[in-house]
Design a protein around this ligand. Structure first.
Ligand code: ZN
Length: 171
């Protein structure tokens, strides 16, 4: 998600969840279940319904580590999510062994709101969190069958991006 490592500005232990905004790829796991896959060096893994706990791909015992790039990434501001939704450039992500993800194409991206808890490191534009739960998904272009699979699996609202904008701007 982040094109370059942002500068860390703060570190918190969060009890009240904070909302962040982010992007995933989607792909099938070994059991052919369609799931969201984290993008970026800090969270390249399948996301599950409920609370996900970040694991470091490097050496940290616990993610996120202040001196590392691990943890679940999320943007702070909705406006940055909007920018990302309209970016013409392909999604940047790092495929790692074991995941059948091989596309750098926004057609394979899905966006959403996440609730962050546990240890959270604050950056200028976003966060790196220990725990993250998907609360809402936002799609641009996805076929109905895939949408149904994801709705059933994650049990969260899935909203078309234009409807999401309208919901946000009418607030
Ligand atoms: Zn780490």
């Amino acid at each position: 998600m982040a094109k370059k490592e942002p500068k860390t500005i703060n570190e918190f232990l969060i009890i009240e969840p904070i909302i962040g905004y982010r992007e995933w790829m989607y792909s099938h796991d070994k059991d052919h279940q369609l799931k969201l896959v984290g993008t970026g060096s800090g969270n390249n893994c399948f996301w599950e319904p409920g609370i996900n706990i970040a694991k470091c791909l490097y050496k940290c015992k616990k993610a996120p580590n202040f001196k590392c790039s691990c943890g679940f990434y999320a943007l702070k501001y909705k406006v940055d999510l909007f920018k990302e939704l309209f970016l013409p450039s392909p999604t940047q992500f790092y495929a790692s062994a074991g995941y059948s993800v091989g596309y750098n194409n926004d057609d394979y991206s899905i966006y959403g709101e996440v609730e962050l808890t546990g240890k959270v490191i604050e950056h200028r534009d976003g966060y790196r969190a220990e725990k993250a739960e998907i609360k809402k998904l936002i799609y641009i272009d996805m076929d109905k069958i895939k949408l149904e699979f994801l709705t059933k699996y994650y049990k969260v609202p899935i909203v078309y991006y234009k409807d999401y904008f309208e919901m946000v701007f009418k607030k």
